[in-house]
Design a protein around this ligand. Structure first.
Ligand code: C2E
Ligand code: CA
Ligand code: CA
Length: 747
């Protein structure tokens, strides 16, 4: 998987998974924090309210307490009597000092019926009645209020706690915030009379910044509680009944929320960080796992659609691609090619599968170098490839590309120290001319490929309707071949003369099988020999050719006869014996028979093939290696082959033509083959000589014998006889026209 893709998948992961998950977690975390913060603040606020309420409650309690305490002495016959009598000793003892000591009053004043001070108690002792002057401005309005109530007989305030009407308020008394409470001094029984409105008044002062503060601190756990004239921090204003603020109780507020927050928030932050880390780790693991999964899925997908050896698309993927292309209804033509390597099996069998694999890979690379960007190459079988070509340029362009492929396959392959020569056959079908759907096109490309092979391989054929006729051929060939073997006139043997490069005389012939099919016409041995091998007919066919050839050659004085032998025949342990029988019955000297075998057969060192070869050579039959150099193989191999002749393959001789491309290469190879053969005392024959230039070059290089259309094409027996001046009688026996000492004839 490449880098760009990794970066893309990484950023996709960040965008689609990591960012939302982490963001959400962070959001939830922050939300919880905010909620907690809010809850803490609310708790703090509630706590403050509670404390403030408590302060208010304590003050109002204090107010009613003071009033209640006052009544313990102000509602009393004695008090009325003693106050009227001006008994200050009694007054001080019962209404002043006692109340200070017992109830903690900070000041006591007694006013007469005209609201004039009669008695004053302040700073812990009885004082002059003028001490009242210092507080008169604060107290007088309250006293007047109470007097008005008393005159009006307003007893709306009376309940189980209060026996008499009273007035109570907060005020600043001698620089202290204080509760001021006024009660009338009234009799508790009927024995003492009191005219309403004429009562003496008892004024009690209780400072708020004294013992009360301690009480609040200790009983209600207020911290740093104190009185302040100004509001700062957490406070409760002290207001008079008229709504005037006289000062504040200030304290260090109890903040339960903040206290909890101070502990919880760090823990929460740690938890959030842990959660984020855990999520990141989880996502990373999950991501890398899913990426690995994706990658292996990708690999599997790739494997499913590609050939593991060449990494080219496989048949499945090729078909899908073609279907897709065709579905787009292309306006330009599209060519489907089927390619099949020639002689690949031979290489694979001889050099082994690793070499075969290397060859396939190398050819795949060559193919890819030829096709263009919008073309497609696929491997669909062992040595089979298929190509889809954009056919914009028409048949000519497609043809040119095919020719380049054929040439690319002809270039020597250098595999594991060996130089291997192959070839490729191609069949082409064109959309839309040959069909609109893939299956039809592929079938036609296959037919065209088949045609290329019959036509001699190493070429490209475009499908034509005429080819369809031959479609059933392969299937029918086997059947027809059996029929042919039974009959007398379908199979025959042709003879192609071989001449000496030195004397220019015919020194031998190669026997070549011919099959004239009653419907199809001439069928190439290249086509029917492999089928015969597969069908087990090759032994009969081989014997037919050998018998005919030996019989014919027996009449040709001194000429050698070359007969092609299949590897299948040679693997029959009885083969050498059968050849001997044919020789005997034809009367041909074994030394005049030359059997042509392929290189791969010649290299077998053990088994029936090797034993047959040894037995045949012992009897004097000569062995030639046919098509030398095409299979594979380093020339060095030549040294170890136990044979008599090398037949240099036509494809090298081709390169000696005037206008041939790979002239220099082929020339060097031929020279090397000839030199090596001579060093080993082997004779050489060049096949497929068609031009004078080839003849000249081969002769100059010292090739011994020459064979090819330049001298003569394969011909039927009677033509050969004619050429040699042989007359055969009715029994098929003939006599040489010459006296027999001159074994050669000029062509
Ligand atoms: P081969 O053994 O290489 O035979 C030579 C082939 O080259 C023959 O093809 C021949 O017609 C052709 N040829 C000869 N001179 C020239 C030339 O100048 N130019 C060109 N282009 N071709 C030339 P043919 O007869 O079609 O035989 C094809 C192959 O079939 C033979 O190749 C041989 O491998 C096989 N074959 C033929 N007869 C027999 C047989 O009786 N038994 C066996 N086992 N194989 C046979
Ligand atoms: Ca041959
Ligand atoms: Ca040959």
């Amino acid at each position: 998987m490449n880098n760009k893709r990794q970066v893309k998948s990484r950023s996709r992961f960040l965008l689609t998974r990591a960012a939302p998950a982490l963001g959400l977690t962070l959001l939830i975390g922050l939300g919880v924090l905010a909620l907690l913060n809010w809850a803490g603040k609310e708790a703090d606020k509630a706590s403050h309210e509670r404390q403030a309420r408590l302060v208010r409650l304590v003050i109002s309690q204090l107010q009613s307490e003071v009033a209640h305490d006052q009544e313990s002495a102000t509602v009393w016959d004695d008090a009325v009597i003693e106050v009227r009598a001006g008994n200050f000793t009694w007054i001080d003892e019962n209404l002043g000092t006692w109340m200070h000591d017992y109830f903690g009053f900070d000041g006591v004043y007694i006013l007469d019926s005209s609201d004039r001070a009669l008695y004053a108690f302040t700073d812990g002792a009885m004082a002059s009645q003028y001490a009242y002057d210092a507080i008169q401005s604060e107290v007088e309005p309250l006293a007047e209020e109470l007097r008005a109530k008393l005159i009006a007989g307003d007893d709306g305030q009376i309940n189980e706690l209060d026996l008499t009407p009273g007035v109570s308020d907060l005020a600043v008394i001698r620089e202290h915030p204080a509760v001021v409470s006024i009660k009338p001094i009234v009799p508790h029984s009927e024995f003492v009379q009191q005219e309403p409105g004429q009562e003496y008044l008892h004024v009690a002062i209780r400072f708020l910044d004294g013992s009360l503060i301690e009480e609040l601190q200790n009983d209600y756990m207020f911290e740093a509680l104190h009185f302040s004239w100004t509001p700062d921090g957490s406070n409760q204003p002290l207001t008079t009944s008229e709504g005037r603020t006289i000062g504040y109780f200030v304290w260090q507020p109890y903040r339960p929320g903040s206290a909890v927050m101070a502990r919880v928030i760090p823990v929460l932050i740690v938890l959030i960080v842990i959660a984020l880390a855990a999520i990141t780790i989880f996502l990373t693991i999950h991501d890398s796992r899913s990426r690995r999964l994706e990658e292996s899925e990708e690999r599997i997908r790739h494997l499913a659609l590609h050939d593991p050896l060449t990494d080219l698309p496989n048949r499945l993927s090729f078909n899908e691609n073609v279907d897709r292309r065709l579905a787009e209804r292309p306006v330009a033509p599209l060519a489907l090619l089927y390619l099949d390597l020639d002689r690949f099996k031979q290489v694979n069998d001889t050099l082994g599968h690793p070499a075969g694999d290397a060859l396939i890979r190398e050819f795949a690379l060559r193919l890819q170098a030829i096709v263009r960007r919008d073309d497609l190459v696929a491997r669909v079988g062992g040595d089979e490839f298929t190509v889809m070509l954009n056919g914009k340029g028409g048949d000519e362009e497609i043809g040119a590309l095919c020719r380049r492929m054929v040439e690319a396959a002809r270039e020597p392959f250098h595999i594991a120290g060996n130089t291997v020569f192959l070839g490729v056959s191609i069949g082409a079908a064109i959309f839309p001319r040959d069909g609109a759907d893939r299956v039809n096109l592929q079938r036609k490309a296959d037919v065209a490929l088949y045609y290329s092979k019959i036509a001699g391989r190493g070429r490209c054929s475009f499908f034509s309707d005429a080819m369809d006729k031959t479609l059933g051929l392969r299937r029918r060939t086997e059947m027809d071949l059996r029929t042919a073997l039974l009959g007398q006139n379908q199979l025959s043997v042709y003879y192609q003369p071989v001449q000496s490069a030195l004397t220019r005389r015919i020194v031998g012939c190669e026997a070549l099988l011919r099959w004239h099919h009653p419907e199809i016409g001439w069928v190439s041995p290249e086509l029917f020999i492999p089928i015969a091998e597969e069908a087990g007919l090759i032994e009969d066919i081989g014997r037919f050719a050998l018998t005919k050839a030996c019989a014919a050659a027996a009449k040709w004085p001194g000429l050698s006869i070359a007969v092609n032998v299949s590897g299948v025949e040679l693997s029959d342990p009885a083969y050498a014996g059968k050849v001997e029988q044919v020789l005997l019955s034809s009367g041909l000297a074994p030394a005049r028979l030359e059997l042509e075998i392929t290189e791969s057969v010649a290299t077998e060192v053990t088994g029936a093939v090797a034993e047959n070869l040894v037995a045949l050579r012992e009897r004097g039959v000569r062995i030639a290696i046919d098509d030398f150099g095409t299979g594979f193989s380093s020339l060095g191999r030549l040294k170890s082959l136990n044979v008599d002749r090398i037949k240099i393959d036509r494809c090298f001789v081709e390169g000696l033509k005037e206008n041939a491309k790979s002239k220099a290469d082929d020339k060097a190879i031929i020279r090397a083959i000839i030199d090596l053969a001579h060093a080993r005392n082997l004779r050489t024959t060049a096949e497929g000589v068609e031009t004078r230039a080839q003849d000249d070059a081969l002769t100059a290089m010292g090739c011994d014998e020459l064979q090819g259309f330049l001298y003569a094409r394969p011909m039927p027996l009677k033509d050969m006889d004619l050429l040699l001046g042989i007359h055969r009688n009715a029994t098929g026996r003939g006599t040489a026209a010459s006296d027999g000492t001159d074994s050669g004839a000029s062509v």
